[in-house]
Design a protein around this ligand. Structure first.
Ligand SMILES: *[C@@H]1O[C@H](CO)[C@@H](O)[C@H](O)[C@H]1NC(C)=O
Ligand SMILES: *[C@@H]1O[C@H](CO)[C@@H](O)[C@H](O)[C@H]1NC(C)=O
Ligand SMILES: *[C@@H]1O[C@H](CO)[C@@H](O)[C@H](O)[C@H]1NC(C)=O
Ligand SMILES: *[C@@H]1O[C@H](CO)[C@@H](O)[C@H](O)[C@H]1NC(C)=O
Length: 432
């Protein structure tokens, strides 16, 4: 065994001992199939009912299997005022709790060591663009956090002071999680949404971590896969990118044909026609969320054609929905494909993001439907997932899904995070 491995193992044991001291009451409580060595080693990292989250009133096993009764019970609970109130964690909690980072990380059960060599050898970079709902952000960070990865967080300049303080406090507990150098006021449908990701891309590319793939998230995303599963799916891409990139439909062409500007915090058309895109680049449509290799990001930061495209796109409507999709089809960009429409990729085929649009929902087998009806509720025609959506979601290949909202359905996030953590730790239990 190499010295590095030995010292890591020692560190790991030490972490386990410290962790298990904290969770001592758990060890005394026998469970079915209880094995003292097993419990000592890793169980303290599982999310259990002993964490005293109010969501434990639900039966996640039954919910994940799609059992009607359990899903209905979760639904009733999630619309109960008192229950919602008991789940909510105020921003002030995070500001206070992160004053002792070590304690914070242990009590919130952050992973402090890579779970496998395979993951350690394949570091990932994340850009996270957030403007509210600190609890959502923290649960998301905890779900995707691994010490070998790197995370850039962009908090909207117009976010509440307590949101900025809480998120800054959380990031300061981790050497590999940082706030973006320059934060902006993000306006729906306008350029700054793209610039926020660009700022994070620059900072991430500038870091010493030689990450392999880049993914961008918002505060209401949640993973559907463990870090190991994400790494394996990315390796399987063999350097290709995976994002929606399709023909721009006729009814959306005005977005790039008319110049726009921001007036009183809202985007509006100026009535002036825009010039053709630079280098006659074909404009394709996709969405804001991408899974791309390091070379794609290098191109975004350094390729002169892309610089020209970026300048040209700054006064378009919703550039986040076509910029990445268009870059994905520029010849020479690492992991890209040809512009020919035979290479078009839909959001369903790409692995970047699972989103349920209201108008695509319908019963299985119906010709118009893309996915089953939403079990939660809709915000701007996007499904905010309920616990009843989980079983179907986990059958999909996407790495992440949007949208989750702990204020609307805390049980969906609770069952998902618990499931993923259990899955992530399972190989470790078998190792010894
Ligand atoms: C939870 O649901 C599973 C599956 O239906 C069932 O086997 C188990 O007994 C339930 N647990 C509790 C505590 O009700
Ligand atoms: C802040 O945290 C400390 C311990 O970490 C705790 O004793 C105290 O009650 C907390 N204060 C508030 C206002 O939550
Ligand atoms: C970002 O800020 C850090 C700390 O202030 C600095 O070390 C780094 O050089 C900056 N990076 C860029 C790309 O400006
Ligand atoms: C990071 O950014 C700084 C400031 O812009 C620059 O001087 C430095 O060379 C960059 N480092 C890397 C590794 O790119």
């Amino acid at each position: 065994m190499s010295l590095l491995k030995k010292s890591r193992l020692l560190l790991l044991k030490l972490t386990v001992v410290l962790g298990s001291l904290w969770i001592l009451p758990l060890l005394i409580r026998p469970q079915t199939g209880w094995d003292p060595t097993y419990t000592l080693r890793y169980s303290w990292l599982e999310y259990t009912d002993a964490d005293s989250s109010p969501e434990k009133a639900c039966n996640c096993t039954a919910i994940m299997r799609g059992e009607r009764e359990a899903i209905d019970q979760a639904k009733i609970l999630s619309i109960t005022k008192d229950f919602r109130k008991s789940v909510h964690i105020p921003d002030e909690y995070y500001i206070n709790a992160t004053q002792d980072c070590r304690k914070f990380k242990i009590s919130r059960k952050y992973l402090t060591f890579p779970l496998s060599q395979e993951e350690e050898d394949f570091p990932l970079a994340y850009s996270m663009v957030v403007h509210h709902k600190v609890q959502n952000f923290e649960r998301l960070l905890r779900a995707i956090y691994a010490p070998q990865n790197i995370y850039c967080v962009h908090v909207d300049k117009k976010a509440k002071a307590s949101v900025v303080s809480a998120i800054t406090a959380i990031t300061s507990c981790f050497p590999n999680v940082f706030m973006v150098n320059q934060s902006l006021t993000v306006i729906y449908g306008a350029w700054p949404r793209v610039q926020a990701d660009l700022n994070c891309m620059a900072d991430l590319y500038n870091s010493t971590t030689k990450w392999k793939y880049f993914m961008n998230l918002c505060g209401q995303d949640f993973p559907l896969k463990t870090n190991l599963e994400i790494v394996r799916m990315l390796r399987w891409l063999k350097g290709k990118n995976s994002l929606e990139s399709e023909k721009l439909p006729e009814e959306k062409k005005w977005r790039v044909k008319i110049s726009h500007q921001i007036v009183d915090g809202k985007i509006q058309g100026t009535g002036r026609a825009k010039e053709q895109p630079p280098f006659n680049l074909p404009i394709l449509v996709g969405n804001a969320y991408i899974v791309v290799n390091r070379g794609y990001i290098r191109s975004v930061l350094e390729d002169k054609r892309i610089h020209a495209l970026i300048e040209w796109a700054k006064d378009t409507y919703s550039p986040d929905e076509f910029l990445w999709a268009t870059i994905q089809r520029i010849p020479g960009v690492p992991g890209s494909t040809w512009p020919n429409h035979k290479y078009d990729v839909t959001d369903i085929n790409a692995i970047a993001r699972l989103v349920k649009w209201q108008w695509h929902e319908g019963p299985q087998g119906s010709l118009g439907a893309v996915y089953p009806a939403c079990h939660g509720n809709h915000v701007r025609q996007i499904c905010v997932y309920g616990a009843g959506d989980l079983q179907w979601m986990l059958e999909q290949h996407h790495l992440f899904a949007n949208k989750f909202d702990i204020d609307k359905d805390p049980i969906a996030v609770y069952c998902l995070e618990k499931y993923l953590r259990q899955k992530a730790l399972a190989p470790l239990h078998k190792m010894y």
